[in-house]
Design a protein around this ligand. Structure first.
Ligand SMILES: C[S@@+](CC[C@H](N)C(=O)[O-])C[C@H]1O[C@@H](n2cnc3c(N)ncnc32)[C@H](O)[C@@H]1O
Length: 399
């Protein structure tokens, strides 16, 4: 067994107790079906057709639970394949699915490098895995080969600057601590307790996994294989695999404009270099979450606010957004420690009560007796701003 298999067998990640499935559903990015529809299928997937998905490196099953439960609740057909090297992680994922009474899942133990053999897939989730492979490019390539025509991928990989302080500790622990995962963890915790307060890791408020139990500590600080990607490196790696980005629920983070005294400083700088500059100026991005499609097929994948589009708020709570806006005329946000405000006019607040994941923009306009042009003038700027923060999506999931 390789060291990485040892790690995930000893500390299946993330640490989950199947009994908790009775109390809550963990939702997040990537891979909420509404978000997938928005970034991969133009917000208009035909959900009466079975959704064939792969969860590559599924761990203890967070993305699997989210996809399968949301689709089950919506009464949509699906066939989801869970694939992971770790048998103990799979056991937990299987038990979580059993507690939830979910069906339509195929559990497989194996490497995502063989993903094609299980496919093809309309959608592949790969969250927190590719940066742990000995040769990550092979993983990106393998997933690209497993896609069905028209399919797409939702990814999360680590980013360097927001994880500042992690890598010196990983390297020192790697050099110092041989032995079993349990012995390494015990010694690393002792050393960690002695680190000076000025260590960049201790100064980094963006990191908290080490406080989430043994598996979290191990995954963050004792990983034997972990390489972060700058946004440029990630784009290059995707291109090598024949993929390109469709969009990201954290698009705002790659826009340097709010940090500049003069937007004219960006004149003549290409879009990817602008993103790279934003990543460096922010310094807080610790993961990249994005959706990708085969090269040449990314155009038109992200949903647009057209009359037939059906809007959803992230978390489904239009009333909460309206309430927050009603107080100040702006939607206050805190993202990775950064505060932002999205201005929202009173006329838009009046539209929010119609956003229920079922009504289309045309129907909302009609309910407010607005013609398409008048509605678009109110809605489109708001829609663009919220989509930029990953807070508004379009999807036919519930229709
Ligand atoms: C950090 S965990 C992430 C788990 C899950 N995707 C999540 O986001 O909660 C990484 C997982 O990838 C699995 N893994 C690592 N290399 C793999 C490979 N080549 N093929 C399949 N799974 C792999 C590990 O066993 C582990 O369960």
């Amino acid at each position: 067994m390789s060291r990485i298999e040892d790690q995930y067998d000893a500390y299946p990640y993330p640490e989950r107790d199947p009994a908790d499935e009775k109390k809550r559903l963990i939702v997040g990015s990537p891979s909420h079906p509404v978000e997938i529809d928005h970034f991969v299928f133009g917000g208009k997937r035909d959900w009466t057709k079975p959704f064939r998905a792969l969860v590559a490196g599924g761990g203890t099953g967070d993305a699997l639970m989210q996809m399968a439960q949301v689709l089950t609740n919506a009464g949509r057909p699906y066939e989801i394949t869970y694939l992971d090297l770790s048998r103990s992680a799979r056991k937990i994922a299987e038990e979580r699915a059993r507690v939830r009474g979910l069906s339509g899942i195929r559990f497989e133990t194996g490497s995502l490098l063989n993903a094609e053999a299980y496919g093809p897939f309309d959608y592949i989730d790969c969250c927190g895995v590719l940066h742990h492979l000995p040769h990550p490019q092979e993983g990106f390539n393998a997933l690209a080969r497993a896609l069905a025509p028209g399919g797409g991928i939702g990814l999360m990989v680590y980013a360097p600057y927001g994880r500042s302080g992690v890598y010196p500790l990983q390297e020192a622990f790697d050099r110092l601590l041989p032995g079993s995962p349990k012995e390494r963890l015990k010694a690393a915790r002792q050393i960690f307790g002695r680190l000076p307060e000025g260590h960049p890791f201790k100064r980094n408020p963006n990191l908290g996994d080490h406080e989430q139990g043994d598996a979290g500590f191990y995954d963050l600080l004792l990983h034997s294989q972990d390489r972060p990607y700058s946004i440029r490196e990630l784009h290059d790696t995707l291109a090598e695999a024949g993929l390109e980005v469709t969009g990201s629920p954290q698009a705002y983070a790659y826009d340097p404009t709010p940090l500049l005294p003069d937007p004219g400083l960006l004149v003549g700088i290409d879009p990817l270099t602008r993103m790279e500059i934003a990543e460096k100026l922010r310094g807080t991005i610790k993961t990249h979450v994005l959706y990708a499609a085969p090269k040449g097929q990314a155009e038109g994948r992200v949903a647009q606010p057209l009359p037939a589009a059906i809007p959803h708020f992230k978390g489904g709570n239009a009333a909460k957004v309206a309430q927050a806006v009603a107080k100040k005329g702006v939607l206050p946000l805190t993202l990775e420690g950064e505060k932002a405000e999205v201005p929202v006019s009173g006329a838009v607040v009046g539209l929010l009560r119609h956003v229920d994941g079922r009504r289309s923009l045309a129907e909302i306009a009609a309910a407010e007796r607005l013609d398409q042009l008048g509605f678009a003038a109110l809605w489109n700027g708001f829609s663009r701003d919220l989509a930029n923060y990953g807070l508004l999506y379009y999807s036919t999931l519930l229709r």
